[in-house]
Design a protein around this ligand. Structure first.
Ligand code: 13P
Ligand code: SF4
Length: 314
């Protein structure tokens, strides 16, 4: 505990000294979220980075998120405290894969979930998040849409979207682990509970949900629901703020396997090392690094993100 507080103190002092903003995704370790200036979902964090006056962004999340921050704020230095923190789902489709899929479907717009690499976004027509996917798909001026990379999010959108949809067969290995049997068991144990899950979950899990929400949507849902017990179907890091913001409610993680190993890589030691080492050249064995999207990719990728931001909210 003392060590955590010492690290937090050193980090906060360095952030001030270097005019840096520390961002933490909703799935980060509790102590990382506790130290950060802002916690949130992937897109909201990048937007917060773009609005801020800070020169340096310390992005505690996974690689595609730091890339999105670099796309939206090219003049800032974006640091990822663990360069090896990737998103396996984002890596399931490459730019080459997408080029081939587009050749097979001439004229069909590509909707890319933000969980994609910058190169893939650059080849896409419009981005979406789990919070606005249905609205974005419906906004596209075409009868057909090709959605990447998450089959579960795509199948969820296809339930209600007014489009003919096809999708890439990617998935989130963490959300995929949650099985319907585990949800049924939790529901049996807590019969008065409501079950909220992320759209990256399997369709048979979604069928059991009282609400399907993005990470940011889950904070709103849990505040609004009258239920006192909430079974949660997403990465366990979300519990930190859910419990803090709703001390009178009980949260049950639907499965012990809901841990994203990549989201758990960044420790406070890594954040400190990143801040201390940011002026040094990159050394071998050094975990952190600057994430910078080259201009020839950044500009088309930003267009896809900007198109999404222009879509009116529901
Ligand atoms: P958000 O876009 O809600 O932050 O989620 C990102 C993610 O990685 C979900 O698994
Ligand atoms: Fe990627 Fe899944 Fe981890 Fe989110 S939870 S970062 S989608 S692997």
């Amino acid at each position: 505990m003392k060590q955590t507080q010492d690290l937090q103190k050193q980090i906060r002092a360095l952030l001030k000294q270097k005019n840096a903003l520390m961002l933490a995704h909703n799935y980060q370790r509790d102590e990382v979220q506790e130290t950060a200036d802002i916690c949130g979902d992937s897109l909201a964090l990048s937007q917060a980075a773009a609005k801020s006056d800070a020169e340096v962004i310390v992005f505690c999340g996974v690689h595609f998120m730091a890339e999105s921050a670099s796309i939206l704020c090219p003049d800032k230095t974006v640091i990822l405290p663990r360069l090896d923190a990737g998103c396996p789902m984002a890596d399931m489709i490459t730019a080459e894969d997408l080029r081939k899929e587009k050749e097979r479907r001439p004229g069909v717009p590509v909707v890319a979930y933000v969980n994609t690499t910058a190169e893939v976004k650059a080849l896409s027509d419009i981005c979406c998040t789990s919070a606005n996917a249905v609205t974005v798909v419906n906004s596209v001026q075409s009868e057909k849409v090709y959605m990447i990379p998450d089959r579960n999010l795509s199948m969820y959108v296809a339930r209600t979207a007014k489009k003919k949809m096809e999708w890439w067969d990617g998935f989130c290995p963490t959300h995929e682990k949650l099985k319907a049997a585990e949800v049924l068991k939790a529901k049996e144990k807590y019969p008065d509970a409501v079950f909220v899950c992320h759209p990256e979950c399997r369709p048979e899990v979604i069928d059991l949900a009282d609400a399907v929400r993005s990470t940011s949507g889950m904070y709103v849902f849990t505040k609004e629901t009258k239920a006192k017990t909430i079974i949660v179907g997403t990465e366990m890091g979300i519990l930190y703020r859910l419990k803090k913001e709703n001390p009178e409610k009980t949260f049950i993680l639907a499965s012990k396997s809901l841990i994203c190993p990549n989201m758990k890589l960044i420790t406070l030691e890594d954040v400190l090392e990143a801040l201390q080492g940011m002026d040094r050249p990159v050394l071998k064995g050094f975990n952190s690094g600057i994430v910078k999207v080259p201009e020839d990719i950044r500009i088309p990728a930003k267009k896809a993100l900007d198109r999404m931001l222009e879509v009116p909210r529901d």
